[in-house]
Design a protein around this ligand. Sequence first.
Ligand SMILES: C[S@@+](CC[C@H](N)C(=O)[O-])C[C@H]1O[C@@H](n2cnc3c(N)ncnc32)[C@H](O)[C@@H]1O
Length: 218
Amino acid sequence: MTVSDPSGPKTTPRSVEGKDVKSAYARWAPVYEVIATPTVPARKIAAKRVNEVGGRFLEAGVGSGSALSLYDPNVSLVGVDLSHDMLKIARERVAKGLPNVEAIVEMDLMSLAFADASFDGVVCMFTITAVPDARQVMREFARVVRPGGIVMIASHFEAKSGPWQVTDRLLTPFSKRLGWNPSMPIDGVLDVPGLTLEKREDLPPAGLITLLVFRRTA
Ligand SMILES: C[S@@+](CC[C@H](N)C(=O)[O-])C[C@H]1O[C@@H](n2cnc3c(N)ncnc32)[C@H](O)[C@@H]1O
């Protein structure tokens, strides 16, 4: 099954490619969770939203698996990521005992190796701005989620004003080395065939992170 786009092909700028991601996150992996400490409160809220829904979820861009212990037993998970180095940490976590994690798999979000409608939901945290083409990844999410299922995206998107805009502009030239695009416009993920935006929530730190909740329609 393909979710067709009546308005024709659209893509978001390809600022970060898979090879950039692999080398960037090989560097980040040993220190990632320390550097990412400010995102912990947002990750907890996103996981709470997943727990409220329950079912079989794909955690897309699971990274080091720092969210895996936040899910309740009513959620089962498959975690996928492109970075071998980040997944190594996730696998060590799972080995210590996370019974609701079905599998941790090295996989590119641009082309998911799952059948249509395999999941009740997809949760993707701080990753949609790290892929080469966010719309293509969103189309893949729409495909692997069952009709009526949900897709949750938590990320920082391009700030239109204020201090985060200054930070975005300073960091954006270093996207390839960082392994994500600090100024990806939110529009790139809002208008995706088969996905209807149901909720938009600001997560802490204030003004930095947005949670988008879509429902798979049609
Ligand atoms: C900033 S980290 C976020 C990790 C985790 N979700 C978290 O909240 O800590 C971004 C992750 O996206 C992964 N990633 C980037 N592009 C990817 C792609 N095309 N396919 C799969 N994973 C990708 C990176 O390897 C990295 O682990």
